[in-house]
Design a protein. Structure first.
Length: 459
């Protein structure tokens, strides 16, 4: 008998263009969405009661450093410079392969718990091939869908396994040839570029060339740092002739409108991570200006070492910040705003179909469409913070949080049900305690997260 799940009687947001919320049943068969109809109650299937719930595509996080899960909250009052010293230049050095496993496994469970079914994992703590393998295994064991964006950056370990970029490229080629050769699996391969500011445009040009040769989605931090004027990775890459539709640009706060137009013209996507950008002095989130020149918004949580790994508040924060910026233009003319934009719907698209497009996965996920893979979430509408559901889009964008996510399914496999993750809670705790204990001991042995004098930065 085929593997069938029936989501009964939900309010369905398919997120297809122009679609309206509607009461429907969704039949999932062998991992795919088989049918969306008003009444499929006669079908023999495992039934999930979605009555009084909102059913929508699983959300897509387009920028997260999942390995950092054990460092939750340690940089909550810190600047970008302190974050780079404490996390990128110090904690990353201490990570062992088993810490990469724990970070990815537990971080992906956190994402799943909050209704995220796909993560672009910017994995920039690849100190050895075993680190990459362990991160990948953690991701696979969680059951989530992910683009594993292998970091080509150096980590300042005392005795590097990868002594040269050539060694990292060889490792990337091997991964692509063997473990991540398929673009149809649940976990596919991408590349995270070195920071241009640290590595230089010469090295980054080489990294882009090899990523393209291997046919991989590419992501990079861009246009978010002062050195001492705004640094433009877009301008560097444009000058080198490297812009293209395979690039996911992260942050982009300091990007000019002309540069944003260049990204749109060349088919690139951007990821906005409002909490980190606002805390760390990167500037105003750029997604509104990107939308104004014809681009589409997508969102990420970025670093759990700062802020929440729940994508709902990120989307809400991005929306209300953009509204504030637009309203300010009216207020500057002593005029109360007559219309409020952007819409809640535009940002729910950002968290679903736009994210899928940015990752090159829109033919497989991002909308609830028969034939697509069944990445679906069920959000309870009967919780105190959700009742009454006057508008299901507004309910999800403005009111929902991770605790309202009742059911999460990735490619037809249920990973959270009745509000509970199915992964073994005792194993989760043990993994966290082991890895967190080791990492914090190492940090203490080395003089704290930011030892004095602090590590010098290249800017
Ligand atoms: Zn980042």
């Amino acid at each position: 008998m085929p593997d069938r799940i029936l989501l009964r009687d939900g309010t369905v947001l398919t997120m297809e263009p122009g679609s309206r919320p509607r009461r429907a049943d969704i039949l999932v068969e062998d991992g795919l969405i088989a049918a969306i109809e008003p009444d499929l109650s006669g079908v023999d299937a495992d039934v999930v009661d979605a009555g009084r719930c909102i059913v929508l595509p699983g959300m897509v996080d387009t920028h997260r450093h999942v390995w950092q899960t054990q460092l939750r909250g340690v940089t909550h009052d810190w600047s970008l410079k302190d974050y780079i010293r404490a996390i990128r230049f110090q904690s990353a050095v201490f990570y062992r392969p088993q810490d990469m496993y724990a970070g990815n496994y537990l971080g992906m469970l956190e994402a799943i718990d909050a209704g995220v079914t796909t993560v672009l994992d910017f994995s920039h703590c690849v100190n050895t091939p075993e680190h990459a393998a362990a991160a990948l295994q953690g991701t696979r064991d969680s059951g989530i869908r992910s683009v594993f964006a292998l970091g080509l950056n150096d980590v300042p370990v005392p005795h590097p396994h990868f002594a040269t970029l050539a060694a990292r490229i060889e490792h990337a080629r091997e991964l692509r040839a063997k473990e991540l050769s398929s673009d149809q699996g649940l976990v596919t391969m991408g590349i995270s570029l070195s920071d241009v500011l640290v590595a230089g445009i010469g090295r980054v040009t080489e990294e882009v060339a090899v990523s393209r040769e291997l046919g991989l989605r590419i992501t990079l931090h861009a246009n978010a740092v002062m050195f001492p004027q705004p640094v433009s990775e877009v301008a560097f890459l444009d000058e080198a002739g490297l812009l293209g539709p395979d690039l996911v640009w992260v942050h982009m706060n300091q990007t000019t409108d002309d540069e944003l137009r260049r990204v749109v013209e060349t088919g690139g996507a951007i990821s906005t991570t409002p909490e980190t950008e606002m805390q760390m002095g990167m500037g105003h989130p750029a997604h509104g200006r990107f939308m104004a020149v014809g681009g589409k918004c997508t969102f990420g949580c970025d670093v759990i070492s700062n802020n929440s790994g729940d994508l709902f508040p990120q989307v809400r924060l991005a929306l209300q910040t953009e509204r504030m910026l637009r309203n300010d233009l009216d207020l500057a003319r002593n005029h109360g705003p007559d219309d409020i934009r952007p819409s809640t719907l535009s940002h729910l698209e950002g968290a679903t179909i736009n994210g899928a497009e940015a990752l090159g996965l829109a033919s497989r996920i991002g909308t609830l469409t028969p034939g697509k893979e069944a990445d679906i979430i069920v959000v309870r509408g009967d919780a105190p913070n959700m009742l009454p559901v006057n508008d299901p889009v507004a309910a999800v964008v403005m009111h929902a949080h991770a605790g309202n996510v009742d059911t999460v399914m990735v490619a037809g496999r249920i990973l959270k049900r009745d509000g509970r993750l199915l992964a073994d809670p005792a194993r989760r705790l043990a993994l966290m305690d082991d890895s967190h204990g080791y990492l914090m001991d190492e940090v203490r042995r080395h003089g704290g997260l930011i030892p004095q004098p602090p590590v010098p930065l290249p800017w």
